[in-house]
Design a protein around this ligand. Structure first.
Ligand SMILES: C[S@@+](CC[C@H](N)C(=O)[O-])C[C@H]1O[C@@H](n2cnc3c(N)ncnc32)[C@H](O)[C@@H]1O
Length: 299
């Protein structure tokens, strides 16, 4: 084990951007490379948050459900034995045969309607009790979680539930080293964390039952607790899968991410500043802008 740790330590510098490379969303490969599915499947923290939610909803017993972006069924297999009917949507052709075989092998064919296509365009023939979708990325900036739930929620029964239901995007102001042309990176190791100058504040809250906006322009006030240069925001997304069951980001899903400010700024402890954030859901973090505005006068 100590050999393995020693090798890992040697590799720390080159692993700084490894998560970014492994998880980058790309239309060309219809979402994700195979390694990303493995990361998601093996992440017990991520999967448990959904399993606990299903459990608290009585395992979705006899329910009619729709899940968007089923991937390799990492979440699906935990509720599928219990539901009455499931509309399962996926658009990655590389995992189609895997999904079909799993459904057949487990005897779920009769209750499953597999839809290979874009979840933002699918029309369901009936209203459902639950809409499930884990197509999340930090701030929902890369993936279409918001757009997909905005489209699909028209098929949710009035008393139906979304899983997940709320995402709280937070930021802290900090300072980090960026190599080459990198503008942002998700954290895999704590040694790549930036140096913090503030505590975390809420940038915006996404209520998936109601969210209409696809572009966010938010202003957030910070009170630095340390003085020094700031060149980045440390982004976290906190997910309420169901009230009381939360997921706050791991290396496989919504890892805390460090993103460059438009221009660096020297902060002074106790002197409030304003962060102006603008980004779009389902676009790219490359297009997001974070800027420290004029020093705000604190009340
Ligand atoms: C983050 S992965 C999660 C997979 C699975 N839900 C899980 O939790 O392990 C998101 C999945 O959604 C699929 N996906 C992304 N955009 C989609 C869209 N517009 N329509 C259908 N599927 C989509 C991707 O191909 C990928 O398999």
């Amino acid at each position: 084990m100590s050999d393995f740790v020693s090798q890992l330590v040697d590799k720390y510098p080159e692993l700084k951007y490894a998560l970014l490379d492994a998880q980058t969303f790309s239309q060309e490969h219809y979402g994700f490379p195979a390694i990303y599915y493995k990361m998601m499947e093996t992440d017990a923290v991520r999967v448990e948050a959904f399993k606990e939610t299903f459990k608290q909803y009585n395992n979705l017993q006899d329910a009619v459900v729709c899940e968007a972006g089923i991937g390799t069924l990492a979440l699906t297999k935990h509720y599928l034995p219990f539901v009455k009917k499931a509309y399962l949507i996926e658009n990655n052709p590389n995992i189609r045969s895997f999904i079909e075989e799993e459904i057949e092998k487990n005897g779920w064919t009769d209750k499953v309607e597999l839809i290979f296509g874009d979840a933002m365009k699918v029309e369901l023939p009936e209203k459902v009790d639950y809409i499930i979708g884990e197509l999340m990325s930090i701030y929902c900036a890369n993936e279409y979680q918001v757009q997909i739930f905005k489209h699909l929620r028209q098929f949710l029964k009035p008393e139906g539930k979304l899983i997940p239901e709320k995402i709280i995007n937070t930021a802290a102001l900090a300072d980090a080293k960026f190599d080459g042309s990198h503008k942002h990176y998700p954290l895999m190791f704590t040694r790549h964390m930036p140096m913090f100058l503030t505590l975390h504040e809420t940038v915006n809250v996404i209520d998936l039952y109601k969210e209409e906006a696809l572009t966010i322009n938010a202003e957030t006030r910070f009170q630095p607790i340390l003085s020094g240069p700031a060149n980045c925001v440390y982004m976290s997304s906190l997910v309420q899968v169901k009230e009381g069951v939360n997921f706050t980001g791991t290396d496989s899903l919504m890892p805390p991410t460090v993103c460059k400010l438009t221009s660096p700024k020297v902060l002074k402890a106790g002197e409030g500043v304003l962060l102006k954030s603008s980004f779009g859901y389902g676009t790219s973090l490359d297009d997001a802008k974070f800027e420290i505005g004029d020093m705000a006068k604190w009340d």
